[in-house]
Design a protein around this ligand. Sequence first.
Ligand SMILES: [Ca+2]
Length: 186
Amino acid sequence: MEDAKPIQSGRITEYEINTILGRIQEVGRDLGKDLQFIWIPTLRSVLCSGTITDQDGDGVITNNDVILWLDKYSEIALLSKYFDYVFPQPGYYFADKIGANCNQIEYTYSLLVDILRWIKNSNPSNVYIEMEADGAVRSSEYKLQRACDYVSSQEAISGSIWENRAYYFDWDINIVPYIRNTCPKW
Ligand SMILES: [Ca+2]
Protein backbone atom coordinates (compact mmCIF):
# COMPACT_ATOMS: atom_id res chain seq x y z
CA MET A 1 0.00 0.00 0.00
CA GLU A 2 1.49 3.30 -0.99
CA ASP A 3 -1.02 5.42 0.90
CA ALA A 4 0.05 4.14 4.32
CA LYS A 5 -1.54 6.46 6.84
CA PRO A 6 -0.52 6.98 10.44
CA ILE A 7 -3.33 5.88 12.74
CA GLN A 8 -3.97 7.58 16.11
CA SER A 9 -0.96 9.90 16.36
CA GLY A 10 1.31 7.71 14.28
CA ARG A 11 1.51 4.76 16.66
CA ILE A 12 0.68 2.33 13.85
CA THR A 13 0.06 2.68 10.13
CA GLU A 14 -2.57 1.10 7.93
CA TYR A 15 0.28 -0.61 6.08
CA GLU A 16 1.46 -2.22 9.32
CA ILE A 17 -2.04 -3.43 10.18
CA ASN A 18 -2.29 -5.04 6.75
CA THR A 19 1.13 -6.65 7.26
CA ILE A 20 0.05 -8.10 10.63
CA LEU A 21 -3.10 -9.47 8.96
CA GLY A 22 -0.96 -11.13 6.27
CA ARG A 23 1.23 -12.75 8.92
CA ILE A 24 -1.80 -14.06 10.84
CA GLN A 25 -3.25 -15.57 7.65
CA GLU A 26 0.14 -17.15 6.84
CA VAL A 27 0.45 -18.73 10.31
CA GLY A 28 -3.19 -19.87 10.10
CA ARG A 29 -2.45 -21.67 6.84
CA ASP A 30 0.71 -23.27 8.30
CA LEU A 31 -1.16 -24.53 11.36
CA GLY A 32 -4.33 -25.44 9.47
CA LYS A 33 -6.31 -23.20 11.82
CA ASP A 34 -8.84 -20.46 11.20
CA LEU A 35 -7.13 -17.68 13.17
CA GLN A 36 -9.03 -14.45 13.65
CA PHE A 37 -7.82 -10.88 13.82
CA ILE A 38 -10.03 -8.88 16.18
CA TRP A 39 -9.97 -5.19 17.08
CA ILE A 40 -11.66 -3.68 20.15
CA PRO A 41 -11.21 0.08 19.70
CA THR A 42 -12.28 2.50 22.40
CA LEU A 43 -14.67 5.20 21.20
CA ARG A 44 -13.66 7.30 24.22
CA SER A 45 -10.41 8.21 22.47
CA VAL A 46 -12.50 10.00 19.82
CA LEU A 47 -15.45 11.05 22.02
CA CYS A 48 -13.41 12.53 24.87
CA SER A 49 -10.42 14.10 23.14
CA GLY A 50 -11.06 17.68 22.15
CA THR A 51 -14.09 19.91 22.57
CA ILE A 52 -17.01 18.73 20.47
CA THR A 53 -18.11 21.66 18.35
CA ASP A 54 -21.28 22.51 16.45
CA GLN A 55 -20.69 20.22 13.47
CA ASP A 56 -24.04 20.78 11.74
CA GLY A 57 -24.01 24.54 12.32
CA ASP A 58 -27.47 24.83 13.93
CA GLY A 59 -26.08 26.79 16.90
CA VAL A 60 -26.54 24.07 19.53
CA ILE A 61 -24.63 20.94 20.48
CA THR A 62 -26.85 17.89 20.09
CA ASN A 63 -26.45 14.15 19.53
CA ASN A 64 -26.17 14.87 15.81
CA ASP A 65 -22.97 16.84 16.37
CA VAL A 66 -21.50 13.89 18.26
CA ILE A 67 -22.39 11.54 15.40
CA LEU A 68 -20.83 13.89 12.84
CA TRP A 69 -17.78 14.08 15.13
CA LEU A 70 -17.51 10.28 15.01
CA ASP A 71 -17.90 10.34 11.22
CA LYS A 72 -15.03 12.80 11.04
CA TYR A 73 -12.54 11.27 13.48
CA SER A 74 -13.31 7.55 13.81
CA GLU A 75 -11.06 5.26 11.77
CA ILE A 76 -13.21 2.19 12.33
CA ALA A 77 -14.99 2.32 8.94
CA LEU A 78 -11.63 2.73 7.19
CA LEU A 79 -9.79 -0.06 9.03
CA SER A 80 -12.44 -2.70 9.75
CA LYS A 81 -11.74 -4.47 6.45
CA TYR A 82 -8.49 -5.80 7.92
CA PHE A 83 -10.26 -7.53 10.81
CA ASP A 84 -12.59 -10.50 11.18
CA TYR A 85 -14.51 -8.64 13.85
CA VAL A 86 -14.42 -5.16 15.35
CA PHE A 87 -16.02 -4.48 18.73
CA PRO A 88 -16.05 -0.75 19.52
CA GLN A 89 -16.17 0.09 23.24
CA PRO A 90 -18.94 2.68 23.64
CA GLY A 91 -17.51 3.84 26.98
CA TYR A 92 -21.00 4.69 28.28
CA TYR A 93 -20.59 2.53 31.38
CA PHE A 94 -17.42 4.35 32.41
CA ALA A 95 -17.97 7.91 31.18
CA ASP A 96 -20.91 10.02 32.35
CA LYS A 97 -19.76 12.77 30.00
CA ILE A 98 -17.91 13.02 26.70
CA GLY A 99 -15.92 15.76 24.96
CA ALA A 100 -12.84 17.66 26.25
CA ASN A 101 -11.50 14.67 28.18
CA CYS A 102 -14.91 13.37 29.28
CA ASN A 103 -16.13 16.57 30.92
CA GLN A 104 -18.20 18.47 28.34
CA ILE A 105 -21.52 16.83 27.34
CA GLU A 106 -23.75 14.40 29.24
CA TYR A 107 -23.44 10.85 27.90
CA THR A 108 -27.17 10.19 28.00
CA TYR A 109 -29.04 7.02 27.16
CA SER A 110 -30.37 8.67 24.01
CA LEU A 111 -26.80 9.45 22.95
CA LEU A 112 -25.83 5.81 23.56
CA VAL A 113 -28.70 4.74 21.27
CA ASP A 114 -27.56 7.18 18.57
CA ILE A 115 -23.95 6.00 18.88
CA LEU A 116 -25.00 2.37 18.56
CA ARG A 117 -27.11 3.32 15.54
CA TRP A 118 -23.98 4.96 14.11
CA ILE A 119 -22.00 1.75 14.76
CA LYS A 120 -24.63 -0.25 12.86
CA ASN A 121 -25.39 2.12 9.99
CA SER A 122 -22.09 3.89 9.33
CA ASN A 123 -19.69 0.97 9.61
CA PRO A 124 -19.22 -2.36 7.81
CA SER A 125 -21.23 -5.41 8.91
CA ASN A 126 -18.37 -6.98 10.89
CA VAL A 127 -18.52 -4.15 13.42
CA TYR A 128 -20.40 -5.02 16.63
CA ILE A 129 -20.05 -3.92 20.25
CA GLU A 130 -18.13 -4.51 23.44
CA MET A 131 -20.31 -4.89 26.52
CA GLU A 132 -18.74 -3.05 29.46
CA ALA A 133 -19.03 -3.32 33.23
CA ASP A 134 -16.98 -3.90 36.36
CA GLY A 135 -17.41 -4.76 40.03
CA ALA A 136 -19.17 -1.47 40.75
CA VAL A 137 -22.45 -3.03 39.53
CA ARG A 138 -22.55 -4.94 42.83
CA SER A 139 -22.81 -1.82 44.95
CA SER A 140 -24.35 0.77 42.62
CA GLU A 141 -27.84 0.65 41.14
CA TYR A 142 -26.73 3.45 38.82
CA LYS A 143 -23.82 1.40 37.44
CA LEU A 144 -26.02 -1.68 37.08
CA GLN A 145 -28.50 0.41 35.09
CA ARG A 146 -25.70 1.80 32.88
CA ALA A 147 -24.60 -1.80 32.17
CA CYS A 148 -28.16 -2.95 31.39
CA ASP A 149 -28.62 0.03 29.04
CA TYR A 150 -26.28 -1.79 26.61
CA VAL A 151 -29.02 -4.40 26.12
CA SER A 152 -32.00 -2.06 25.78
CA SER A 153 -30.12 0.24 23.38
CA GLN A 154 -29.30 -2.66 21.04
CA GLU A 155 -32.92 -3.79 21.21
CA ALA A 156 -34.08 -0.24 20.50
CA ILE A 157 -32.12 -0.22 17.26
CA SER A 158 -32.25 -3.81 16.04
CA GLY A 159 -35.19 -5.35 17.89
CA SER A 160 -32.77 -7.77 19.56
CA ILE A 161 -29.30 -7.93 21.06
CA TRP A 162 -26.54 -8.17 18.44
CA GLU A 163 -25.38 -11.68 17.62
CA ASN A 164 -21.65 -11.00 18.19
CA ARG A 165 -20.35 -9.20 21.25
CA ALA A 166 -17.10 -8.84 23.15
CA TYR A 167 -17.15 -8.45 26.92
CA TYR A 168 -15.22 -6.33 29.35
CA PHE A 169 -15.95 -7.27 32.98
CA ASP A 170 -12.75 -6.34 34.85
CA TRP A 171 -11.09 -9.39 36.50
CA ASP A 172 -14.24 -11.11 37.79
CA ILE A 173 -16.16 -13.35 35.35
CA ASN A 174 -18.97 -13.61 37.94
CA ILE A 175 -19.88 -10.03 37.06
CA VAL A 176 -21.56 -11.38 33.92
CA PRO A 177 -24.08 -13.69 35.65
CA TYR A 178 -24.58 -11.01 38.33
CA ILE A 179 -25.70 -8.49 35.70
CA ARG A 180 -27.79 -11.12 33.94
CA ASN A 181 -29.86 -11.52 37.13
CA THR A 182 -31.21 -8.06 36.35
CA CYS A 183 -30.98 -7.98 32.55
CA PRO A 184 -30.89 -11.59 31.31
CA LYS A 185 -29.81 -10.80 27.74
CA TRP A 186 -26.60 -9.01 28.80
CA1 LIG B 1 -25.41 21.33 16.24
